[in-house]
Design a protein around this ligand. Structure first.
Ligand code: FE2
Ligand code: FE2
Length: 182
């Protein structure tokens, strides 16, 4: 299974998912879990294992650039730009079914099932980690390393600052008005 995706595992775009949050855990964990389930389901459904595991390791790349329905197309476009075959891209596009388009290939169905099973595994990993504190620690680490959360906390800080400045201005105006008797 690993031999099918060795190049992708070394790709910076896949490696950076170690620092991105997805289902409250590292996105890389979700991708690897999806690969594992894809290999298993590919054998069960007699689908092409190589296509399935390549689609699985890519399927949520750049997911924040799309919505729940469209991020499959975002990842599929990235895959196509990397020269992945049509079968890999087609499986990625439909991985969110029934949200978004239905799979058109056996490999597409494998990824739909593998992604759902992996998501359940992600939740189990997160809940288990709550007991010994690793989930909270991971979440804190990912909130610092994930650009989305970094930007979000910067936005919130700026918003708080704006509110404080506006509050001070309103207070000042009220004080001035009270002084001049309005
Ligand atoms: Fe997804
Ligand atoms: Fe996923």
């Amino acid at each position: 299974m690993e031999q099918h995706i060795a190049d992708l595992l070394a790709h910076p775009k896949v490696r950076e998912t170690r620092d991105h949050m997805h289902h409250r855990i590292a996105k890389h964990d979700h991708l690897l879990r999806s690969v594992k389930f894809s290999a298993r389901f590919a054998r069960l459904l007699r689908a092409d294992e190589r296509i399935c595991v390549r689609a699985a390791i890519i399927h949520d790349i750049d997911s924040r650039l799309g919505t729940l329905r469209t991020h499959g197309a975002v990842a599929a476009r990235w895959a196509a730009d990397q020269g992945e075959p049509h079968e890999v891209c087609a499986a990625i596009i439909s991985h969110m079914y029934p949200l978004g388009p239905a799979p058109t290939t056996r490999e597409g169905w494998v990824l739909v099932l593998a992604d759902k099973a992996a998501s359940f595994g992600d939740l189990t990993q997160y809940l288990r980690g709550l007991v010994n504190g690793t989930s909270q620690a991971n979440r804190r680490r990912l909130q610092l390393s994930d650009p989305y959360y970094r930007e979000r906390s910067t936005r919130r800080r700026r918003q708080r600052l704006r509110e404080r400045i506006l509050g001070n201005l309103l207070l000042r105006r009220r004080q001035i008005r009270a002084r001049i008797g309005h």
